[in-house]
Design a protein around this ligand. Structure first.
Ligand code: GDP
Ligand code: MG
Length: 159
C-alpha cells in the first residue's frame, strides 16, 4: 500500500497499533480504541490474531538477540492480539505519545501505558516508532486488501 498518500506528516500517514495479549485479557481493547477515536484518528484496518513465532521474529528482528527475547516471545504468543492500522496527520508520533514510554514507570498518567500498566514486560500495547517502521510493520501484519480507504464525514472539522 506504500504510496505517496502515506508520506510523513500527510493526513494519510499510517501506523500499526496492537493490543498485546495482556491488554486483550484485561478487556482493554474498547478503551484503547476509544482513545484513538477521541483524538480524531481514523481506523483503516482491524483484526484479532494469534501471533506466530515467525511473525514475531520479523516484527522484533532488532530485539532477537536481547536477553529478554524468549520472555517477549512467550508473552506475545500467550494469547490473541488485536492489531489495528490508524491513519491521520502525524499519527506515528502522536500515537507514541498516546501510548507512553516503553517502561510504564516512565509513562505519565493519561497515557495508555501510564494508566493501565506497571511493568515493561506487560505494557499492554504496541505502536510503530517511525513512519518507515510503520510501513514495514503494516505490510507484515496486514494484506493490502484488509486496509480500507474511506473518508470520514468529519474530515472538514479535523483538517
Ligand atoms: P516499544 O516500541 O515502546 O514497544 O519498545 P521496544 O521496541 O524497545 O521493545 C519492544 C517490546 O519489548 C516492549 O514494548 C516490551 O514489551 C519488550 N521489552 C523491551 N525492553 C524490555 C525489557 O528490558 N524487558 C522485558 N521483559 N521486555 C522488554
Ligand atoms: Mg518498538
Amino acid at each position: 500500500y506504500i504510496s505517496n498518500t502515506s508520506v510523513k506528516g500527510g493526513i494519510r500517514e499510517r501506523t500499526l497499533i496492537a493490543v498485546k495479549p495482556d491488554g486483550v485479557q484485561r478487556r482493554l481493547v474498547g478503551q484503547i480504541i476509544q482513545r484513538f477515536e477521541m483524538r480524531g484518528f481514523q481506523l483503516v484496518g482491524l483484526k484479532m490474531l494469534q501471533v506466530s513465532e515467525e511473525l514475531l521474529l520479523q516484527h522484533y528482528t532488532s530485539l532477537c538477540k536481547k536477553p529478554f527475547y524468549p520472555s517477549l516471545l512467550q508473552y506475545m504468543t500467550s494469547g490473541p492480539v488485536v492489531a489495528m492500522v490508524w491513519e491521520g496527520h502525524n499519527v506515528v508520533r502522536s500515537s507514541r505519545m498516546l501510548v507512553g514510554d516503553t517502561n510504564p514507570a516512565e509513562a505519565p498518567p493519561g497515557t495508555i501505558r501510564g494508566d493501565f500498566s506497571i511493568h515493561i514486560s506487560r505494557n499492554v500495547i504496541h505502536a510503530s516508532d517511525s513512519v518507515e517502521g510503520a510501513q514495514k510493520e503494516i505490510a507484515l501484519w496486514f494484506q493490502s486488501s484488509e486496509l480500507i480507504e474511506w473518508e470520514c464525514c468529519d474530515h472538514g472539522n479535523l483538517y
